[in-house]
Design a protein around this ligand. Structure first.
Ligand code: SIN
Length: 298
């Protein structure tokens, strides 16, 4: 019997020639020379995965990819989440959430103020996002930077007294924590339907979480979605959260990303929080984000 010829489905993809270079910053590494239009073999995938866990954020340069490749690469890390604001999902690709200040025909094409407060993506659900991948589509000539802060470095440098006060404590997270405030201030945000509200019921997570893959501990509260600490009077809870927030964004824990065309950023939401600094309103910014489901924080 003739031998079965090897075809492209049985042959592993060749290794790609790419470099991972740590950023000169508190966190993050740059990935140069990788092409996500090409298949990624298990060894290359393992290099990327390992670097992501080590640095918390990867800046994958020059990714001229379509939504399909963005989704496929994201899926290699786990199931994808679909954002509650269905009106801002990319047509035919509900895994892609549009973040944009662009208004077309009187309608915003994406969430305009996403990331205006420090947060970890989807900390308001039972299974918060493990990681997110944000792909630059249209960048403003100025502004639009994104800041990242290591919550593991923040935890490790907490004063002992503060660390003891949060030991074993849990906090409530809610998608709508700041929603009404923002609408009240004139920020354009869609009203949530009863179905959407039911999708984002408040949840409780530990204030300190242990990273399920690295074992490192990090702070897990954020000014965007955390409403209060369980078991404390309101004023004490507010004061303690304020102390934690002030510590969690000390300059030494922060990396500021200035976007370049075709950047794909991939961050670990279990280790970092992030903030979008915004851009002048007359300039246009459009980004596509996928989020990967994580574990119950412990
Ligand atoms: C986000 O919070 O995911 C958005 C960050 C950004 O637009 O820079």
């Amino acid at each position: 019997m003739p031998a079965t010829p090897l075809n492209s489905t049985t042959r592993p993809a060749p290794s790609q020639d790419f470099t991972i270079r740590p950023l000169e910053a508190a966190l993050g590494a740059e990935v140069l020379g990788l092409d996500l239009n090409q298949p990624l073999n298990p060894e290359d995938f393992a290099r990327i995965h390992g670097a992501w866990l080590e640095h918390g954020l990867l800046v994958l340069r020059d990714q001229r990819i379509a939504a399909e490749q963005h989704i496929d690469f994201s899926r290699r890390f786990g199931p994808l989440q679909v954002h509650v604001l269905k009106q801002f999902l990319l047509a035919n690709h509900p895994e892609v959430f549009i973040i944009s200040n662009i208004v077309e025909n009187g309608q915003p094409i994406g969430l305009g103020d996403a990331g205006k407060f420090w947060h970890s993506d989807l900390s308001y659900v039972e299974l918060p996002s493990k990681g997110a991948m944000l792909l630059a589509q249209q960048l403003p000539e100025e502004g639009g930077d994104t800041l990242f802060a290591s919550q593991q470095q923040a935890y490790e440098t907490l004063p002992d007294e503060l660390r003891q006060r949060i030991e074993g404590k849990r906090a409530v997270h809610s998608y709508t924590a700041r929603y009404a405030d923002e609408v009240f201030k004139g920020v354009r945000r869609p009203t949530l339907t009863p179905t959407q509200l039911a999708e984002v019921k408040p949840v409780v997570h530990p204030i300190v979480r242990t990273h399920p893959e690295t074992g490192r501990k990090g702070l897990f509260v954020n000014e965007n979605f955390t409403t209060h600490i369980l078991g404390l009077p309101e004023d004490e809870s507010k004061a303690l959260l304020a102390e934690l927030y002030a510590h969690s964004i000390k300059p030494q824990f922060i990396y500021r990303h200035q976007w370049q065309a075709n950047d794909l950023l991939f961050w670990d939401n279990r280790a970092l929080i992030h903030l979008a600094t915004g851009c002048p309103s007359h300039l246009r910014r459009r980004m596509h984000r996928t989020t990967i489901e994580g574990d119950v924080p412990v």
